[in-house]
Design a protein around this ligand. Structure first.
Ligand code: ZN
Ligand code: ZN
Length: 102
């Protein structure tokens, strides 16, 4: 189950569970869309993978307690701002490769 982390790891922007701008990698490293596009070049600084929009967990108990009220979002903040120069070097050989080929 996704943790639904509360903030962007880079800029600290709040990303509540209904945030349409939340982006995650396959390890659930979590960033805002602006940081993914403008800072990270769609390269996760932790694993090198790409990002996808984070799904929104329903706030309503439509079926079998599978909803936010029963499985709430994480409140553990992970703040690891990216060193832009270091990330540019890391991402340079990766960003041109489509995520499905990395
Ligand atoms: Zn951000
Ligand atoms: Zn990652």
């Amino acid at each position: 189950m996704l943790e639904l982390r509360p903030t962007c790891e880079n800029c600290g922007k709040a990303l509540p569970p209904d945030a349409s701008e939340a982006r995650i990698c396959s390890y659930e490293c979590t960033f805002c869309a602006a940081c993914v596009d403008e800072v990270l070049d769609n390269v996760c600084p932790n694993c090198g993978g790409g990002f996808v929009p984070r799904p929104i967990r329903p706030a309503t108990n439509w079926n079998g307690d599978n909803f936010l009220g029963n499985d709430p979002a994480s409140t553990t903040v992970r703040h690891r701002p990216v060193d832009r120069a270091a990330h540019a070097r890391f991402a340079a050989p990766i960003k041109g490769i489509p995520p499905e080929k990395r």
